[in-house]
Design a protein around this ligand. Structure first.
Ligand SMILES: *Cc1c(COP(=O)(O)O)cnc(C)c1O
Length: 484
């Protein structure tokens, strides 16, 4: 008890020593910062600094000498630097998941980045027809490209694939019924659940079949005068195995034509080239779904396509026109940055022979394991060197994930550097500390913890020289985490 009271007493004394914002902001010590950054900005950062100091005193983590005016100004400068350096930082994604949703999904191609900088940095023809001098439609920028690549008659673009699904249902089935198989009531990460999307779009969902088996008859029996849509959803992040049956788009399109009810397929990822020709697992192509008779196919721009976040809708002209004219289209449309990046990415697909070298997503997915292993061998000495004596570094075989719910259950053979702490120290909490020491590097390195080791999967390593160069900071971040 006595001890606790003295801590409280001490902290009250310390709190009193913290100067007020008013007394500091106009002091000569801050003249330089105020004239460089302006009074409002510096005052706001100073308020944060003083609040942090008070919090640290109250939780007992601060010592008296840290409260000198000089140290307060030093912390204020740090806060100013932080506020100016931006919240979105580049990282090395060495998690083994190629399309990592939390790390920005697809890495854009250089062509796309250059094109964005070239055309989207000033006025451009986003919605303007140069020949006639009249207003154009932003979809025109990519429509013919997409049609060439998917065999569709028409295309329209929205903010992401979730928006594409929402918009198709709202435009085609509001106040009406949509028939979907119980085996396809998908939830993907980030709270996209098909039943909720149906509700938000104002449609009534009619579930047919069972979790594992749905037949053509099930759809047919559910059709009535209020049916507006037949819907298929690619089960991109799970697989139903065993005694299963589902109805293909080709079969459903016969029903669709017979009853005059559009058939919409949410492909999720979807690729524009046949992955099996690259030695990758098969993934459905919008091209095939259009050929099978779908009215509309929707897919993402930033999954396997390897472009910017976008939702692409392709289909027959009449149905796409209905969708394009819906008021929600205006709310969900993409901006010029997205349009430029999407156009440049799609143009890469016109020359499939050069696609792997040009498109980072495909380059990562097809990177030979021998090359990944060589990279491990190349960077291992530098890592060992900066890790000190407490950490063992080994090269291990591992599996990369494609990510973003693409290609269920399919993994790619890869190699990783496996870091473990010397015996006795290799606890879960120390591995978490090790992972966070890597995240404290100037360009944070994000790995994963698996099987009692911290793994750096090098399938997605680019800028190897930068990666190695910044390892010189590792001893410092390891010591900050108490691992040296
Ligand atoms: C990923 C996915 C979506 C959502 O796409 P976003 O582009 O992330 O909005 C919708 N449906 C399926 C089946 C998906 O895999």
């Amino acid at each position: 008890m006595a001890k606790k009271e003295s801590v409280v007493h001490g902290s009250v004394e310390l709190l009193k020593q913290i100067p007020s914002l008013g007394s500091l902001i106009d002091s000569t010590q801050l003249d330089g910062l105020v004239s460089e950054h302006g009074r409002t900005f510096v005052a706001n950062r100073l308020r944060e600094t003083l609040d942090n100091l008070r919090a640290s005193v109250i939780n007992g983590s601060i010592k008296e000498y840290q409260l000198t005016p000089v140290s307060i100004v030093a912390q204020l400068s740090d806060n100013i630097d932080k506020a100016l350096s931006g919240a979105m930082v580049s990282v090395f994604n060495l998690t083994g998941t190629v399309l990592h949703t939390n790390l920005g999904r697809a890495t854009l191609a250089d062509h796309a980045l250059e094109y964005v900088a070239k055309v989207a940095g000033g006025p451009n023809t986003l919605e303007y027809d140069i020949k006639s001098g009249k207003r154009g439609d932003r979809d025109n920028i990519v429509e013919s490209l997409i049609c060439e690549l998917t065999g569709a008659e028409a295309a329209t673009i929205v903010n992401n694939n979730a928006a594409a699904v929402l918009l198709s249902i709202a435009a085609l089935a509001k106040g009406k019924e949509v028939i979907v198989s119980r085996g396809e009531l998908v939830e993907i990460g980030g709270s996209f659940r098909l039943p909720d999307v149906m509700e938000a779009a104002g449609a009534k969902m009619i579930e047919v079949g069972t979790t594992n088996r749905t037949h053509l008859q099930d759809y047919k029996k559910a059709i009535n005068t209020n049916t507006a849509l037949l819907m298929k959803v690619h089960t991109s992040n799970y697989e139903v195995q065993g005694f299963t049956a589902s109805v293909s788009e080709a079969s459903l399109s016969v029903l669709s034509k017979e009853y005059g009810i559009p058939l919409v397929t949410d492909l999720g990822s979807g690729t524009l080239i046949d992955y099996t020709t690259l030695g990758l697992p098969k993934e459905p192509l919008p091209f095939d779904k259009i050929k099978d008779g779908c009215s509309v196919v929707t897919f993402s721009g930033d999954k396997l396509l390897g472009g910017p976040q976008a939702g692409i809708l392709v289909g027959d002209r009449k149905t796409i026109e209905l969708i394009r004219r819906h008021p929600l289209k205006r709310a969900l449309r993409v901006g010029q940055l997205t349009m430029a990046a999407l156009e440049a990415t799609l143009r890469l697909y016109l020359r499939p022979e050069h696609l792997v070298e040009n498109l980072p997503t495909l380059r990562f997915l097809t990177r030979p394991t021998s090359e990944i292993k060589e990279l491990c061998v190349k960077v291992m000495p530098a890592i060992k060197n900066s890790c000190g004596h407490n950490i063992d570094v080994q090269i291990v075989a591992t599996k990369s994930q494609i990510g973003s719910g693409s290609l269920p259950g399919k993994t790619l053979d890869s190699y990783a550097l496996s870091l473990t702490l010397k015996k006795g120290l290799n606890s879960g909490s120390n591995l978490e500390r090790l992972a966070s020491a890597w995240r404290l590097l100037p360009t944070p390195v994000v790995g994963r913890i698996s099987d009692n080791a911290f793994l750096l999967d090098l399938r997605t390593l680019q800028n190897t020289d930068n990666f190695v160069r910044q390892l010189k900071h590792l001893p410092e971040t390891l010591s900050m985490k108490g691992l040296t």
